[in-house]
Design a protein around this ligand. Structure first.
Ligand code: 13P
Length: 229
């Protein structure tokens, strides 16, 4: 992909997030690691519906602005994004949004750690709730860092959701999977509660992840199951 294609892909993702109702006003931010080691980042304070390729900002790994049109500045959440890249060499893109059902769990102080739906078990595993942090400060990167070793999808306490991927489409798909799983979990809760999958069946799903689907990224494996059973 050349740099213009990456810029256009970021805009597509931003527009999708707005259309899906995952972001209001200037909510949400997206970043992508470029082949030269620099980063393309959404600017702060702009609706994701209005993002166009030239508005994106290029920064280096020290968060210095290398290229920006007019008065555009990188997202105020850039420290959170950069921590994902420094913790994980395999991360090529980071997406932050407030999808309403997943964020409902984050606001209610609930993780999404039931192994109850096969696609989510394979793709993501358990989804932890990371501790509260004031946006834009070092509190958020400090809060998420311990979870990144085993997770590609995080709920941010009283805030929203964060996904990482080897590329932007992977990080974006993880946000879709998270929000759909949150809706399904809420529905199952209304119907009397989700039935968890038993361990021999989870074994088979994790085998599929490793040997058939070749899913990239990290997975917490049985940690959730062992904690509960
Ligand atoms: P920015 O506009 O600075 O990216 O911030 C949006 C946001 O979602 C803060 O949590």
């Amino acid at each position: 992909m050349d740099y213009m294609e990456i810029r256009e892909q970021i805009c597509d993702v931003c527009h999708k997030m707005w259309q899906l109702g995952w972001v209001a006003a200037n909510d949400g931010n997206v970043s992508v690691k470029l082949p030269d080691g620099n980063f393309l980042v959404t600017p702060t304070g702009i609706s994701k519906s209005f993002i166009t390729p030239e508005k994106l900002v290029i920064i280096d790994s020290g968060m210095n602005v290398l290229s920006a049109e007019g008065a555009y500045k990188p997202s105020s959440e850039i420290k959170m994004h950069m921590r994902c890249y420094t913790e994980r060499e395999d991360v090529g893109a980071v997406v932050h949004a407030h999808p309403p059902t997943a964020t409902g769990y984050a606001v209610a102080g609930k993780s999404l750690d039931e192994y109850s739906m096969i696609e989510t078990v394979i793709a993501i595993g358990s989804i932890p709730l990371t501790p509260y942090g004031t946006p834009s400060t070092d509190e958020v990167p400090e809060a998420i860092a311990p979870y990144l070793a085993e997770h590609d999808v995080l709920l941010l306490q009283n805030h929203g959701a964060l996904t990482v991927g080897c590329d932007l489409i992977t990080a974006y798909y993880r946000m879709e999977t998270l929000e759909l799983f949150a809706k399904i979990s809420l529905t199952a809760h209304l119907l009397g509660g989700a039935r968890e999958i038993d361990k021999p069946q989870i074994d088979k799903l994790l085998y599929l992840r490793e040997n058939y689907y070749h899913v990239t990224g990290r997975h917490p494996g049985y940690k959730h199951y062992n904690n509960k059973n």
